[in-house]
Design a binder for this molecule. Structure first.
Ligand code: NAD
Length: 499
């Protein structure tokens, strides 16, 4: 199967000192073969505390470096990531089962966010506000927060870290990263690059890694030294994280599960829709938070669209994600295959019809078929209301946009959405206040594959967090409102007379 060897990839990156701890081994398993491919050790509680203390010591100095100077480190990190893009991308593929183009795309996202953060370092601006008092200046400024905890999911093992860490670094924060225990080598490789870059800039401790399982994430939830915890993962775990962090009045950024829908109206460009839906539903084997899971198609175009999707699905080569020509790799674990199989059984039990695919493939590796399901009414099909992290597309026939929007917005999640139509009115309605209720809403572009320039995140059970572009940086800083009196009087606000 895979010709690439993670050890060689790690050596090419220059990983000499293992950035893990001395706790239990976090083993990396290749999902395409089921074979172990190395691992790192988790941190113990003492090691966690030591890394946190070192990070906070660095914070005292780092927060006083001017932001454009802080960006020198991030610029260099981006350059190093570019140098190692092929190796890192391959490693991401080996651990997650993403095809090579997607592994490389993930590293490109890291490079992009570094570049974004470098520009941002000169734009961390506040406001000057008109004061009601004479000879007074009222203003707002933004200061670093401290140690930002970052907990990441398996499916974007490195990019999501970078969305947080690159912004946090230019904002003057230090970051402490607990990666998914399913992708230990990708995080170790990135940390090795960070360590080298930090040493070059006399900034050791700006980026720290604390590998481990759920319990390390729980330490971060309860740790008052972490004013902000950025959590990416399932809604079930995010709910626990959110309440634990809130119990100590900490802040969290929650990037949780999605259940993303595409609406296709009769007047849509079907070629575009087929390509976007196939990429959205089959890409990354349906394991993106933004994967397309529900399709609402208007009656006039339903048959054509579903037939064309099935034809496209049949051309998708499944196999070793590093083989050229393969478009779909494996699911992450055997348990994920079991969840796929259980969902297909639920489809049948709830009155759905498997139109294409539907089977788990014989091992080795966690392969399944990309699957299209013809669903009954949305309200009568509860399996479609859940996020099954697998390439299953549920197709609902709808009469019109109103019916599609009602069903689309009925689920608990609110991450990404799209409409395919040539009608300006329909597109604008979809984007309006009575349209899609998601954090991301696209017209004639699919649900997955967001650019880093926009703020990324979703509503409702997706958690409400925003990361990456636009003004997402504000979450990594604390806002201070300041009044400066440059006169010789002491007028009080609201005209209060006192003394
Ligand atoms: P998961 O919830 O199982 O794990 C995510 C992370 O949380 C891991 O690092 C895990 O070790 C840690 N964790 C587990 N229990 C914890 C606890 N009690 N306290 C603190 N940390 C804990 O998710 P996963 O299976 O790795 O990832 C898939 C899920 O992530 C999907 O639901 C997907 O939609 C979601 N996701 C969301 C986004 C987004 O931006 N909205 C991006 C990627 C993935």
């Amino acid at each position: 199967m895979n010709r690439a060897n993670p050890k060689a990839v790690l050596e090419s990156i220059g990983l000499s000192d293992e950035p893990g701890g001395s706790g239990e081994v976090l083993e990396s398993i290749n999902p395409a073969t089921g074979a172990p491919q190395g691992g790192i050790r988790a941190v113990t509680r003492d090691e966690y505390d030591a890394r946190m203390a070192a990070a906070l010591k660095r914070f005292d100095e780092w927060r006083m470096r001017p932001a454009p100077k802080r960006s020198d480190l991030v610029r260099r990190l981006g350059e190093r990531l570019r140098e190692h893009k092929d190796a890192l991308g391959e490693l991401v593929s080996l651990e997650t089962g993403k095809i090579r183009a997607e592994g490389l795309g993930e590293v490109q996202e890291m490079i992009d966010i570094c570049e974004f953060a470098v520009g941002l370092s000169r734009q961390l601006h506040g406001l000057t506000i008109a004061s009601e008092r004479p000879r007074h200046r009222l203003m707002e400024q933004w200061h670093p927060l401290g140690a930002v905890g970052i907990v990441t999911a398996f499916n974007f093992p490195v990019a999501v870290w970078s969305w947080n860490a690159a912004l946090a670094a230019v904002c003057g924060d230090v970051s402490i990263w607990k990666p998914s225990p399913l992708t230990p080598l990708s995080s170790a490789a990135v940390q090795a690059i960070c360590d080298r870059v930090a040493r070059e800039h006399g900034a050791e401790g700006v980026f720290s890694l604390v590998p481990g399982g759920a319990h390390v994430g729980e330490w971060m939830c309860d740790d008052r030294r972490v004013p902000l915890l950025s959590f990416t993962g399932s809604t079930a775990v995010g709910r626990q994280v959110s309440s634990r962090v809130a119990a100590r009045l900490g802040r969290s950024i929650l990037e949780l599960g999605g259940n993303n829908g595409v609406i296709v109206l009769d007047d849509a460009d079907v070629d575009l829709a087929v390509r976007a839906i196939t990429f959205g539903a089959v890409g990354t084997a349906g394991q993106r938070c933004t994967s397309t899971r529900r399709l609402f198609v208007q009656r006039g175009v339903a048959r054509t669209l579903v037939d064309r999707l099935a034809t496209a699905y049949r051309t998708v080569r499944i196999g070793d994600p590093l083989d050229p020509g393969v478009l779909m790799g494996p699911l992450i674990t055997r348990a994920a295959v079991d969840r796929f199989t259980a969902a297909v059984a639920a489809v049948r039990a709830q009155g759905g019809k498997v139109f294409q695919g539907g089977r788990a493939l014989d091992g080795p590796g966690n392969f399944v078929e990309p699957t299209i399901v013809l669903a009954p009414a949305h309200g009568a099909f509860p399996i479609a209301w859940e996020e099954t992290f697998a390439p299953i597309l549920y197709v609902f026939e709808i009469a019109d946009l109103e019916e599609a929007l009602r069903a689309h917005n009925a689920v608990a999640q609110g991450l990404s959405s799209a409409i395919f139509t040539d009608s300006m009115r329909a597109a604008e309605q979809f984007l309006s206040a009575c349209g899609s209720d998601c954090g991301i809403a696209n017209v004639n572009a699919g649900t997955s594959g967001a650019e880093i320039g926009g703020a990324f995140g979703g509503e409702k059970d997706t958690g409400g967090g925003r990361e990456s572009g636009s003004d997402a940086w504000k979450a990594y800083m604390r806002r201070q409102t300041s009044t400066v009196n440059w006169g010789r009087e002491l007028p009080l606000a609201q005209g209060i007379d006192f003394l």
